[in-house]
Design a protein around this ligand. Structure first.
Ligand code: HEM
Length: 509
């Protein structure tokens, strides 16, 4: 009897989904209908199979930049989705203290522990202060510049030369992912995992990070009880999350104990006058705890979470930005010509470009910002309200409401960027006098806004500029025709199928 009703129920649900799917195909624009009981959940599930990012653009234009998504009652899925710059400014800056990441965010990102990306309040404040001191310290800046240039000279260029000689088709996104992974790992731990090599071996930590990226996205769009249940049972996507977490623990523990041994054997030789040494792990191990009031900074769990926070912040973000940038260049050869012209007029040396020279490259800077406007590496941000509030758009927010800021849609809103919002136009960022045009961060949110603005912005911009200049000076990149280019569903806006290209060497710029 029970099995018959189960069968009947399954057939009914299947028929409903087929009917819904057919209806959706016919009326794509109206897919977020408010159904009884399930409300907008079916629409969301179907949209996930389609191009959810582009649908978010349409929906937010139709609803004047702010839209209330309703999930089934008690599923905890209701969320206010906004791309209204006035709301963003309010949430990120003027009423910052009312909008936190919250416990739901921490649950979704639980495999990363208590690093800066997931925490709030006093812990976040103290973490940020300490991270800031380290990232902005001159010793670290020198170390990061030398790491980036040597990774380029000894890693990227030999590899690209090899691909050019062999005429191999190569996934450029994979290459950038390996470059940024090796770079951030050297900056954190001082040791090079050498994932960027001709063998292109798969690093277990990099693989675990990829699995987690997808899992985190699904945790955002599934009812919490469902993914918690799957996690408890070790099923599907959640099985991968459990395995990834175990990999994080094991690999981080290895880095931490190796670093401890290194510090003990060097007996303080690494010290500089005010305590900040080269790599970040060494600096954190030697941190003056009283200055930053951090919980157990010499504790392994703290160090594990710190390593992961930096990798999460700095690896895929930069690789995603570079990949979309090179794809946009392939579609816009006149932009390549202009950047090459700027390289010639800036008189950059052929390898290893100094920071001051890179800062002079206004057009390149504008082109990178333009790529991140259309393809922001962090595709969406999530906030939770503490107290009830009213947003500048007039939308009411209850206490503990979920708010999603969709960066991908924000960059494509005609109401925000003008009628040509969908076009790739680096000129948008250049003033009449040839200077750089400033756009407020609540409109260009790629590096976040307000007190939680990205701490690695300068580092990331420098790395991207060095890579772009080096590649455009030395190679022609041809994107293979006919491949499908679309974003993956994930926390980071990577390309779902990568970016397959061929590379040829150039004789001169
Ligand atoms: C193109 C590259 C990058 C982009 C687009 C980017 C973007 C962002 C965004 C949107 C946030 C806010 C995330 C959130 O609150 O949920 C963020 C935070 C952060 N980023 Fe970046 N990031 C990039 C590269 C880097 C790099 C290379 C580093 C470090 C080496 C870094 C360090 C951080 C840190 C520490 C935070 C946390 C700030 C806080 O919560 O106070 N980022 N970044």
């Amino acid at each position: 009897m029970a099995s018959i009703s189960l069968l009947e129920a399954s057939v009914t649900i299947l028929c409903f989904l087929i009917l819904f799917y057919l209806r959706f195909k016919k009326h794509r624009g109206r897919f977020l209908r408010n159904w009884p009981v399930l409300r907008m959940l079916p629409g969301l599930l179907v949209a996930l199979q389609y191009r959810i990012y582009d649908y978010s653009v349409k929906i937010l234009e139709i609803f004047d930049l702010t839209f209330l998504f309703k999930g089934p009652p008690f599923a905890g899925m209701d969320m206010l989705v906004t791309v209204d710059p006035a709301n963003i400014h309010h949430i990120m800056s003027s009423n910052f203290s009312n909008y936190i990441k919250g416990s739901d965010f921490q649950d979704v990102f639980d495999v990363f522990g208590d690093g800066i990306i997931t925490t709030d309040s006093e812990l976040w404040k103290n973490l940020r202060k300490s991270y800031q001191a380290m990232l902005h310290h001159q010793d670290f800046q020198r170390f990061s510049m030398s790491t980036m240039t040597s990774k380029l000279k000894d890693g990227l260029l030999p590899l690209l030369n090899h691909f050019a000689e062999e005429g191999t088709i190569v996934d450029l996104q994979d290459v950038f992912g390996r470059l940024t992974f090796d770079t951030i790992l050297i900056l954190i731990t001082g040791s090079d995992p050498k994932s960027l090599s001709i063998e292109m071996h798969e690093d277990e930590l990099a693989k675990a990070l990829n699995d987690v990226g997808e899992g985190v996205f699904y945790r955002h769009v599934k009812p919490k009880f469902l993914w918690k249940l799957q996690n408890w049972m070790g099923l599907g996507q959640e099985k991968k999350m459990i395995e990834a977490s175990a990999t994080f623990d094991r690999v981080c523990a290895k880095y931490i104990s190796a670093k401890r041994e290194e510090i003990n054997s060097s007996q303080g030789i690494l010290d500089t006058s005010d305590g900040v040494t080269e790599d970040l792990l060494t600096s954190f191990m030697k941190l003056d705890t009283t200055k930053y009031k951090l919980l157990n900074p010499s504790d392994d769990k703290f160090l594990r979470d710190t390593i992961l926070a930096f990798i999460l912040a700095g690896r895929d973000t930069t690789a995603s930005a570079l990949s979309w940038f090179f794809w946009l260049l392939s579609e816009n050869p006149h932009v390549v010509a202009k950047i090459r012209q700027e390289i010639i007029s800036t008189d950059l040396p052929r390898t290893g470009n100094g920071q001051e020279n890179l800062d002079k490259m206004v057009y390149l800077h504008g082109a990178l910002c333009e790529a991140m406007r259309l393809y922001p590496p962090v595709a969406f941000e999530r906030k939770s309200s503490i107290e009830p509030d009213v947003l500048p758009s007039g939308h009411k927010v209850d206490a503990n409401s979920k708010i999603i800021i969709c960066l991908y849609a924000l960059g494509r809103m005609r109401a925000v960027w003008g009628e040509d919002a969908l076009q790739f136009k680096p000129e948008r960022w250049i003033t009449e006098n040839g200077g750089l045009k400033h756009e407020p961060s609540f409109k260009f949110l790629a590096f976040n806004a307000g007190p939680r603005t990205c701490l690695g912005k300068q580092l990331a911009m420098t790395q991207m500029k060095i890579v772009v200049v080096e590649i455009l000076q030395n190679y022609d990149i041809k994107v293979i025709k006919g491949q499908k280019i679309e974003p993956v569903l994930g926390f980071i806006l990577s390309m779902k199928h990568g970016l397959r290209v061929t590379i040829t060497q150039r004789c001169s710029v």
